[in-house]
Design a protein around this ligand. Structure first.
Ligand SMILES: [Zn+2]
Ligand SMILES: [Zn+2]
Length: 224
């Protein structure tokens, strides 16, 4: 709704080439998609068939990151925090849908939960929004199977749920049957340890993590 209103007042222009009517035009999208990940985001070893080639904890999970967080990709992601937030979430979903083709099937898309202060700041959970849009494109569903332990109080939570609390950062919800195939979605992967912890948490709850996908990777030298 807000996006629709904004687009009437100020129509979208491609973030890169200024083409009217779109947030990111097809050409510029292809340009971003040229730079996908070739190395494991956790241990930095080479990927073979989208899986880590080393005996790392992610070895069985396919990983795909659309681009490094710089240049155009940086603009798209950071743009989510401002004006055309929801339209940019659609662009992020499109980028993933069009290029993460190594993940077939109808695995459930599970977003890494955004921390509560960030949701309050933006007014919405952008990763959940990308997950929902992507799930629709892949003809599957999105499910918030992860919660953040420190901002989701578990007072009154059942024994099972407490048992599923895998580590300090996340807990998994037993909403879907065990052995349900899932794809973990993150917006930006930095050190990778948070994303890996989220994947581990899902696995410990019995879910089968087929893939981890993200819109962008924060280059090491630019981490703050
Ligand atoms: Zn363009
Ligand atoms: Zn690895």
């Amino acid at each position: 709704m807000i996006d629709t209103l904004l687009s009437i007042i100020a129509p979208h222009h491609c973030l890169s080439c200024q083409k009217a009517g779109v947030v990111l035009c097809a050409n510029c999208k292809k340009y971003i998609q040229k730079y996908s990940n070739t190395r494991c985001f956790l241990c930095n070893r080479l990927l073979v068939s989208w899986r880590c080639s080393a005996p790392c904890e992610l070895a069985k999970i396919k990983q795909y990151i659309v681009a490094e967080r710089e240049g155009l990709a940086h603009g798209v992601i950071d743009g989510m925090k401002f004006g055309y937030a929801r339209a940019n979430a659609t662009v992020c979903a499109e980028l993933l849908h069009e290029s993460a083709t190594m993940l077939e099937g109808d695995a459930v898309i599970v977003p890494v939960p955004t921390s509560a202060p960030h949701i309050r700041q933006r007014g919405f959970d952008h990763t959940l929004l990308i997950a929902k849009r992507l799930a629709k494109m892949r003809k599957t569903r999105a499910a918030s199977l992860l919660g953040r332990s420190h901002n989701e109080r578990q007072v009154g939570a059942g024994r099972k749920q407490r048992f599923l609390q895998a580590n300090a950062a996340f807990f998994a919800k037993p909403t879907l049957p065990k052995t349900t195939s899932v794809i973990l979605l993150d917006d930006i992967i930095t050190t990778g340890s948070t994303t890996a912890a989220a994947a581990r948490c899902l696995q410990e709850a019995g879910y089968v993590v087929e893939g981890i996908i993200a819109v962008a990777h924060q280059p090491l030298e630019k981490r703050k």
